[in-house]
Design a protein around this ligand. Structure first.
Ligand SMILES: [Zn+2]
Length: 111
């Protein structure tokens, strides 16, 4: 970590403490060059949303592909475009919420 005061990248961690909800770690650092103390916060970056296909292949989540899948599943059924948009929104929302695990698949039978 580069020191904000002297710009030298040479520090040691003197204290690390979890953030209240355990979503990250706060580290107290001291620059070994100028002794300036500063704090850094380390947090988890959520992985990009992926869709796991039945074949086990992973691909980046693509909202339009999900919608196309629903549109073809709803073909010849009395479902409006608006309803489809709502379903896609729901899937996007649920996927984001569960993306902490390895991935999400969308079985077509559920649609
Ligand atoms: Zn420094």
């Amino acid at each position: 970590m580069r020191c904000p005061k002297c710009g030298v990248n040479n520090d040691k961690v003197i204290d690390s403490r979890g953030i209240s909800d355990d979503s990250g770690v706060r580290r107290r650092r001291e620059c070994l060059n100028c002794s300036y103390r500063f704090t850094t916060v380390e947090e988890i970056v959520p992985e990009e949303l992926h869709v796991v296909k039945r074949s086990g292949e992973r691909e980046e989540y693509d909202r339009s592909k999900v919608r196309n899948g629903i549109v073809s599943a709803c073909f010849k059924r009395p479902i409006s475009a608006e309803t489809i948009e709502r379903i896609v929104d729901g899937i996007t929302h649920r996927s984001t919420a569960s993306s902490k695990t390895s991935g999400t698949s969308f079985p077509k039978s559920k649609v």
